[in-house]
Design a protein around this ligand. Structure first.
Ligand SMILES: Nc1ncnc2c1ncn2[C@@H]1O[C@H](COP(=O)(O)OP(=O)(O)OP(=O)(O)O)[C@@H](O)[C@H]1O
Ligand SMILES: [Mg+2]
Length: 302
């Protein structure tokens, strides 16, 4: 972890503080398996610096940004970096107090309180992700307001008042402007430090591709160019953001690795992400400009 943070040019002071934090907030052994083990490192010096500083200062963070901008990857990286157990809560319109904090359930003919993820993160100094926080109804989140502000406590109806462990942090993630998402209540946003997640830079994308795939340099550059070109077209409002899908591009490369030909793989992962025929054509044109029709496996992979 230290090596990775140094390679990302994270302030050495912040790195020292992370290690002090880890040393100070020891973790019960039975919770160690809840520490995230992210498949990917999050690349992006600015966002890393900001989020680390906010966590160290005791703040909760709200990660906002387009799809596949690494919001969940960052949250998992923070769990690992700070060595804290992680609870992930996928928010939706049915999210309520019981699914967050917990509620009464029957066990052996007795009513017992069953702890929800927020409760468990609160008592153990865990990190809890409110994933897609703007999918939930604003009212259902009001139960955590007191946890998120200076009070750092939750009054659980029919149970005790619980105080947050000093190491507990909340991480919200949200996509802006998707169908089904809501405007977040100002009072809720006020309780977070808001980090705007940029789409990935050329250098960081290159780094991820080097780490994850053994691509030939030529094709690595072509995939980077493809993503940058699509991003540019979307920024210029020539196409929507639907086909600007990093996750989709990575999956396409996975299919190529299975032997599917390049154009078919990109159709599944990129072109077909938009359902508009006109837009599909523009995206196909971008692909056809960069890639020849018949590409052999050995041209793509080392
Ligand atoms: N800066 C980055 N560093 C590392 N990986 C990144 C970065 N940006 C995007 N990715 C990659 O994008 C993919 C999606 O990441 P993730 O699931 O965290 O996105 P997200 O922002 O949560 O997306 P969504 O809003 O769709 O849930 C992963 O494969 C991840 O590795
Ligand atoms: Mg996500």
């Amino acid at each position: 972890m230290r090596e990775f943070l140094e390679s990302q040019e994270i302030d050495s002071k912040l790195i020292e503080e992370i290690y002090k934090f880890r040393e100070y907030y020891k973790l019960d052994q039975e919770l160690e398996n809840r520490i995230a083990n992210p498949k990917y490192n999050y690349y992006g010096k600015d966002v890393l610096n900001k989020s680390i500083a906010a966590i160290l200062a005791g703040k909760h963070i709200l990660l906002t940004g387009p799809k596949a901008s690494g919001k969940n990857v960052l949250a998992e990286n923070l769990s690992k970096m700070f060595s804290r157990p992680l609870w992930n809560i996928s928010m939706n319109i049915n999210t309520d107090s019981a699914s967050l904090i917990g509620g009464d359930t029957f066990r052996n003919n007795e009513v017992v309180f069953s702890k929800g993820p927020i409760f468990r993160a609160a008592e153990s100094g865990g990190f809890a992700i409110f994933d897609e926080i703007n999918m939930a109804k604003n009212e259902s989140l009001s139960v955590v307001y007191s946890a998120l502000d200076h009070r750092r406590e939750i009054d659980v109806p029919g149970y005790d008042k619980i105080h947050l462990h000093e190491a507990t942090r909340f991480i919200g993630t949200m996509n802006y402007g998707y169908i089904g998402t809501k405007e977040l209540n100002e009072a809720l946003v006020s309780r977070f430090m808001v980090i705007d997640m940029p789409t990935i830079s050329r250098e960081n994308l290159e780094q991820i591709l080097i780490n994850q795939y053994s691509l030939t340099q030529e094709y690595r550059n072509l995939f980077i160019q493809l993503f940058m070109d699509l991003q540019k077209k979307s920024l210029n409002a020539e196409i929507s953001s639907k086909a600007v899908d990093l996750r989709g591009m990575f999956s396409s490369i996975d299919l190529m690795n299975m032997g599917l030909n390049l154009k078919d793989a990109l159709e599944l992962g990129i072109i077909n992400k938009t359902f508009d025929t006109f837009e599909k054509e523009i995206v196909s044109d971008v692909i056809d400009t960069l890639f020849e029709d018949k590409v052999e496996y050995n041209q793509i992979f080392k």
